[in-house]
Design a protein around this ligand. Sequence first.
Ligand code: PGA
Length: 275
Amino acid sequence: MVKNKKNNMTQKTHIIANWKMQLSNQEATDLAVALSRETKSSVQKQIEIILCPSFTALVQVSAIIGGDSSPDFRRGQNDIRLQLGAQNIFYHDKGAYTGEISPLQLKELKVKYAIIGHSERRQFLNENDHDVNLKIKACLLNSLTPIMCIGETFEERRLGKTAVALIRQLTRGLEDVKLENDQKLIIAYEPVWVIGRGQAVDPEEALQAAQIIKRVLLDFFTPEIIANNITIIYGGSVDAGNVKNFVVPGLLEGVLVGSASLIFEKFSKIIDVLK
Ligand code: PGA
């Protein structure tokens, strides 16, 4: 088992599959079936694979992966666990909000995670840091783990404002957010300009961003909470060839994968590299 030096806990790697609006319900179901077979082989460390299909496919994918941790994982023979995530969430539990999906409805389907503030939602659907903040709080209130996406645009990077962008998104998105006991938060650093481009960022830049994020987090949480309850991951054109560069224990502890998670062969190669 790989131990996390900081808190002596077994290191867990998160691999998030963001299927966006790319698959039919049938395709999502088929992919989930193939992945649930794939994850039967034993590994040396804990890997949590979080499948994030469209809302319309959550019921089927939930039935396939069983919602809760797989039995093999609990027996300790297999340290890969498949979990269910949503690509978005609304911040009220119930009410007259046509077209929205509440945390309670997601929990009924055994959803455990929700992606929040993805750059595509910020860009095309006007999601802002205040929405992100409300959605993070709604997740935590309902025992869901938020996957908070932050990252600079190409223009911000060109102007040398990467740190400013990250600090702004974190400061507004985490306002009054408290993490207690076993409440978790995942922060996905996703440079907007490399998403869906087939060319990831220089790993050194991702590590620098992770260090900035860690420093900002100290304004909000104790070092213990940061070590035990918060995970930072990288996203943006991750594939089997580059994924190893983006998983650095104690700093970047997983990946958010878009394009390469849509094809079984490509995604299972990423899992293999991280096993
Ligand atoms: P990509 O997508 O892997 O296709 O760049 C990542 C994401 O959108 O989070």
